[in-house]
Design a protein around this ligand. Structure first.
Ligand SMILES: NC(=O)C1=CN([C@@H]2O[C@H](COP(=O)(O)OP(=O)(O)OC[C@H]3O[C@@H](n4cnc5c(N)ncnc54)[C@H](OP(=O)(O)O)[C@@H]3O)[C@@H](O)[C@H]2O)C=CC1
Ligand SMILES: CCCCCC/C=C/C(=O)O
Length: 500
């Protein structure tokens, strides 16, 4: 591993933080209590800004605004083409402001500034455009009734949506949830993670600038156990769309069940297998495997955190991983030379380091890394364990950091069984040139996303979500739109029709 000492401030002018208050009914407002909390820069552990701390009373106000906007406001009643026009304007504004937003995500979450600015934010704008294009193609079906009835279905917006989002992809999470809900004609309250509130507030005012009416998008910054919980148990919220830990996913379902039985969608944790067969080109696939775990410092729920390598190429592949990890640069996310920034906060940093200690204690062999960087900030070395056993903690639990568990396998049947031996089922990578193996493995793995000879192949049209304890329902694609719609069946008697 190499360390970057680049000084970000000389390369980029850090923007002034413009928005720190709750966004309710189209206005930035203080929380009812007047309380605030600190958002911390993981590069240096310094306070970036104080943010309004929303609680139950603020959630009530935000839900009231969203309810009014849904029940009586223009958004659900606008012609779909007008909704599309406003969403396209929103997408354009996102791209125009990419540099400033990227800086917010880099400071708040420790994400790499240049890729966020040049790729993630333009890709997020594309997600808005994708759903803008869908806004006027939402329709039900004509039913073939079995007696003298004329029947059809309508797809109607589900109503007021609560989006609870995590800190690892503040931009994409906001856009993946808000985009389809807007296209469906819903109104909403977003509760960003306490670690990363800045870009959500920025997006809310861009949406207003684009013409999204007041009350349609509300942002309540604050804590999960207060603001998040209040949203989940609110009687006037019609749907919760949650991304985060499996543990909190259970609480979200409980709160929904105990309040108004609102439907929930959950996108939760993972422990995804990245499976490499003997026939691959090691020089091509080893870099993919490394990025599969180190991208976004391992803070991605689909990280390829269990690397299964077939025995014939195991030694060569491991050697290649070791060489590449040595040139992997950890450092300031504003430095264009950095490949990896700091973990998002102290809690995650300590959690990842404690998993590394587990790995060492349980007898896995450390190939690279294994330590924090000796500097301020939450930086951790890219850490690769080899000779990992399936029942070790580092092979079973989601670490959400730059820590890879490498395992050897012999046969297709064996690796399918071992890959499936997890409570999670989010994603899997299958690397082989043999079409039969690719087909067998991709159909046998119980996961919501399978990437064959690629990894992190996200696309606006490609649904994304999990099996088993990784959750249910999907973000992105048309499935990601339909979760914000509900089906109404309409039937009427039909007389004197020549056919049924
Ligand atoms: N699937 C994914 O993409 C993610 C998975 N994770 C996994 O979860 C682990 C822990 O991360 P953590 O940040 O604690 O994840 P959480 O599940 O706690 O956080 C996700 C979101 O849920 C909110 N939240 C927390 N408690 C409640 C509650 N009772 N009711 C409603 N909302 C709530 C959080 O609020 P707040 O943070 O503001 O308190 C945040 O906005 C990670 O190490 C990782 O393994 C984490 C993030 C994303
Ligand atoms: C079209 C871009 C989608 C990016 C999705 C990133 C998801 C991350 C996660 O769930 O952890």
């Amino acid at each position: 591993m190499a360390e970057s000492n680049g000084n970000s401030e000389t390369q980029f002018q850090i923007p002034k933080i413009k928005f720190t208050k709750l966004f309710i009914n189209g206005e930035f407002v203080d929380s009812v209590s007047g309380n605030t909390f600190e958002t911390i820069d993981p590069r240096n552990e310094e306070v970036i800004a104080r943010i309004s701390e929303g609680d139950k009373e603020d959630v009530d106000l935000a839900v009231k605004a969203a309810r009014e906007a849904f029940d009586n406001g223009p958004w659900p009643r606008l012609s779909p083409s007008e909704r599309r026009r406003i969403m396209l304007k929103f997408a354009d504004l996102i791209v125009e402001n990419a540099e400033e937003i990227a800086a917010l995500d880099a400071m708040d979450a420790g994400k790499l500034f240049a890729p966020v600015k040049n790729m993630d934010i333009p890709a997020a704008a594309e997600v808005i455009r994708y759903y803008a294009g869908a806004a006027d193609k939402i329709h039900g079906t004509t039913l073939k009734m079995s007696r003298e009835l004329q029947g059809y279905t309508l797809l109607e917006p589900i109503g007021v949506v609560g989006h609870i989002i995590p800190w690892n992809f503040p931009t994409q999470m906001f856009i993946m949830k808000v985009g389809p809900a807007l296209a469906a004609g819903c109104t909403m309250i977003v509760k960003p993670a306490e670690q990363t509130p800045l870009s959500a507030l920025y997006y809310a005012q861009l949406a207003k600038q684009a013409g999204v009416p007041d009350g349609v998008i509300n942002v309540v910054t604050g804590f999960g156990s207060t603001a998040g919980a209040a949203l989940c148990s609110h009687m006037d919220v019609d749907k919760i769309s949650f991304t985060g830990s499996t543990e909190v996913g259970r609480l979200v379902m409980q709160a929904a069940a105990l309040s108004n039985l609102k439907p929930v969608s959950l996108e939760l944790g993972g422990k995804s297998p990245f499976i490499v067969f003997d026939d691959v080109d090691v020089d091509k696939i080893a870099p993919l495997a490394l990025v599969g775990i180190l991208y976004n410092k391992g803070e991605i729920c689909v990280a390829g955190s269990r690397l299964f390598i077939q025995e014939g190429i195991y030694d060569k592949f491991v050697k290649k991983l070791e060489e590449m990890a040595k040139t992997w640069v950890v450092g300031d996310p504003f430095d264009p030379n950095s490949h990896q920034g700091p973990q998002v906060d102290k809690k995650q940093y300590e959690r990842v380091l404690s998993y590394i200690e587990h790995g060492k204690r349980e007898g896995a062999k450390l190939l690279t890394g294994g330590n924090a960087l000796d500097r301020k900030g939450y930086f951790i070395e890219p850490t690769i364990f080899i000779d990992v056993e399936d029942d070790m903690t580092i092979a079973k639990e989601e670490i959400f950091g730059p820590v890879l568990a490498v395992m050897k396998f012999k046969t297709v049947e064996e690796v399918i069984k071992r890959a499936n031996c997890t409570n999670y089922g989010l994603a899997a990578g299958v690397m082989t040139n043999d079409l039969n193996i690719a087909n067998t493995v991709s159909r046998s793995i119980r996961a919501g996303v399978i990437w064959i000879n690629c990894y992190f192949a996200f696309d606006p049209d490609c649904p994304y979500g999990g099996y088993k304890c990784s959750g249910f329902e999907r973000d992105l694609g048309m499935e990601g739109l339909h979760k914000y719609l509900q089906v109404k069946s309409v039937a009427t008697p039909i007389y004197n029709s020549p056919w049924l």
